[in-house]
Design a protein around this ligand. Structure first.
Ligand code: CA
Length: 661
């Protein structure tokens, strides 16, 4: 009893004097290899100072919504303490200037402001964790799809905006440092691959970034703190990081760290990521890191708001969607980053704790659970966006607001208990072993033309927890009548469930219109049937591997240029049966000025060209211009797209030349 009371008094005293930093047992530096539930290979030569970060931006909103977190002993405990005990040494918090409407209703996504970062930063410091301050310089999410200017800065000239950004950065950092957060790093913008703070021309972007960086340097000097400045890009699979770093360099943006996001299901290979970061480190003498990584441990959605990866993802995943697959995905990223050498600082996991908000026992149906959760999401901002964000982001948040889109990518289960993968950063030092067992059988993906017979695969790929794979027999729950029914159904994706090695597996059957365009979705390596004519020397015009920008599959034809876009893409289709055909293209894009976009076709070598004009309307708002009634005698139709604009970006995918029936 006495021991307890002394401990309590000590804790209170330490709390009052603000130095209650608890020493965390650094088991990862002394033990290993460990026997446990996961197989993780140790990363050779991993520095003890390697940053093992966690983005915890939504935590306060989660807690306000009633979410509770537990430690590995099953006791309720501050999530930040559990992170520190598992091996994390850094937190990251996003900051929006003003994520509220005029009535004070939060836009969601944690309603993150300077106050959020301060509270979390002070709490994290108790467990020895530093704070990465992630300024979006927007009132809501900033990413490759949007980089909106804060409401209060909307009418400002560039110089005025640069001044406002400087002042805002200085004031925010002073608040954080004076309030007791251990600010170790500041991010100037979030995923600034295509823009920043409402700007998309790089001379303007870099002026603003330089202003933010100068503010950080001035505060660091004033407060005598060592604060590193990070810039943050993404899409390593398609964005040339050396080119990006060169633009920052020639425009005198003063920074220390070049950071990238890396989501294994979207962002290309690890070799490419490491190569890009290494090149920047070597050519520009910068530190590098991964500012966001995540992987799903389940196909399930736990809160009724669709997840970015899971049920709807009808393409193959690079790792099993299991706790083991998640751990391997993270460990592989750590190994890839560490392989860069001394310039490699670390890896941040994107939101280990963004799990479902709780519901009462009376929420017995998905509809009732959704109703209860919606109240919490709206009140506390614990979903990715609330309905109040519609005024600022009508096209995305205004339509799709709701809960967590990444609850299956957390490192805690849906009830707040840590998954074994929470310790993966520690296991990267010690290594971890486990008994060999089957981890997942992969889903199958086939595409079939309308009214053609469907042949389901006889085997699927099984992955073991050590990463080894083999093909195993599968039993599908579909008889001949069921397959016949799907064969005669309209265009769409149909699911057939099955079992392999006792585990559930799904075959996704994509029923497709008879299409005479070769490599119509750009998924095949041989793209020689396509003729690209880069008339206006468009800066980026290429076949891009990025599922989120593709209409189907992973690849699309991508274009981007800040000032001038002009090009055409064509294919000559031959050997058609005489008859009538329709031509359709899927296209999305934005930021165009005085644009002229049309799809075209010429038939049988005639001089006459048929055209249908098109417009674009923002990221993944797919437009489908169509030309109907193309009649061919000789079986030759040339189809294509022409784009001209003063700047802009977009992708095209799924070119269709279908019989008109
Ligand atoms: Ca969800």
């Amino acid at each position: 009893m006495k021991v307890v009371s002394i401990f309590l008094i000590m804790s209170l005293l330490l709390g009052v004097f603000g130095c209650s930093s608890a020493k965390v047992d650094e088991w990862w530096l002394k033990k290993g290899p460990l026997e446990g539930e996961l197989i993780v290979a140790p990363v050779e030569g991993l520095s003890k100072d390697f940053i093992r970060g966690a983005d915890v931006s939504s935590l306060l909103a989660q807690e306000a919504s009633g979410v509770r977190f537990y430690n590995f002993d099953g006791e309720e405990q501050d999530m930040l303490k559990t992170l520190a005990e598992a091996g994390f040494n850094y937190i990251r918090v996003r900051i929006w200037n003003d994520p509220f409407d005029a009535n004070g209703n939060g836009y969601g996504g944690g309603n993150c402001t300077v106050d959020t970062a301060l509270e979390l930063g002070v709490r994290a410091k108790k467990y020895g964790m530093k704070l990465l301050v992630n300024f979006h310089y927007s009132d809501f999410w900033a990413d490759p799809g949007k980089q909106q200017v804060p409401k209060a800065w909307a009418g400002k000239s560039l110089d005025e905006k640069a001044d406002a950004l400087y002042e805002y950065t200085v004031e925010s950092l002073k608040t954080l440092i004076d309030g007791g957060a251990d600010v170790g790093m500041v991010q100037i913008g979030n995923e600034t691959t295509t823009g920043f703070c409402g700007e998309n021309a790089w001379p303007r972007i870099t002026q603003l970034m330089a202003s933010g960086a100068n503010a950080v340097r001035d505060v660091a000097k004033d407060k005598k703190k060592d604060i590193q400045i990070a810039v943050h890009f993404t899409n390593p699979e398609s964005r040339d990081f050396v080119q990006a770093a060169r633009v920052l360099d020639v425009n005198n943006v003063d920074y220390d760290i070049f950071a990238s996001s890396y989501y294994p299901f979207w962002h290309g290979t690890l070799d490419n990521l490491a190569g890009q970061l290494r090149a920047v480190a070597e050519q520009f003498d910068k530190k590098v890191m991964v500012a966001e990584v995540a992987y799903a441990y389940s196909w399930e959605d736990f809160d009724g708001h669709a997840n970015t990866i899971g049920e709807g993802a009808v393409f193959e995943q690079p790792y099993p969607l299991t706790v083991q697959g998640q751990a391997r995905a993270i460990a592989d990223v750590v190994a890839a980053v560490a392989s860069i050498g001394e310039a490699a600082l670390g890896v941040f996991y994107w939101e280990p704790g963004w799990i479902p908000v709780p519901v009462s026992a009376s929420a017995t149906t998905p509809e009732l659970a959704w109703q209860e959760r919606s109240v919490l999401w709206e009140r506390h901002g614990s979903g990715w966006a609330s309905s109040f964000a519609a005024e600022y982001d009508p096209a995305d948040a205004g339509v799709w607001y709701g809960g967590s889109a990444c609850d299956n990518q957390a490192l805690f289960d849906a009830y707040g208990y840590p998954l074994p993968s929470l310790r993966v950063f520690g296991y990267c030092y010690t290594g971890s072993t486990s008994e060999r067992r089957l981890d997942e059988v992969s889903n199958a993906y086939i595409s079939v033309r309308l009214r053609n017979p469907i042949f389901l695969p006889e085997t699927v790929e099984a992955t073991y927890n050590d990463g080894a794979t083999e093909n195993v027999a599968v039993q599908w729950e579909a008889d001949a009548a069921k397959l016949d029914e799907i064969s005669n159904s309209p265009v769409g994706v149909y699911r057939i469930n099955g079992t392999a090695q006792g585990l559930p597996v799904t075959c996704f059957v994509s029923m497709e219109e008879e299409n005479y365009i070769e490599n119509h979705s750009f998924e095949l390596d041989d793209r020689s049937m396509w003729v690209l004519n880069n008339i206006g020397d468009t800066e980026q015009l290429r076949f891009q591997e990025k599922a989120t920008d593709a209409h189907s599959g992973k690849y699309s034809l991508h274009f981007w240029d800040p000032s001038y876009v002009e090009f055409s893409v064509t294919q000559t289709v031959t050997g058609l049966r005489p008859g009538t055909y329709n031509f359709t293209v899927h296209i999305q894009g934005g930021d165009m000025v005085n644009e002229e976009i049309y799809i075209f076709a010429s038939v049988d070598g005639d001089a006459q060209v048929f055209k249908t004009h098109a417009t674009v309307d923002g990221w993944v708002n797919w437009q489908m211009p169509t030309i109907e009634g193309l009649y061919t005698h000789t079986g030759v139709i040339i189809v294509g797209v022409y784009v001209k604009s003063n700047g802009g970006w977009g992708t095209m995918d799924d070119f269709l030349l279908n019989p008109a029936n």
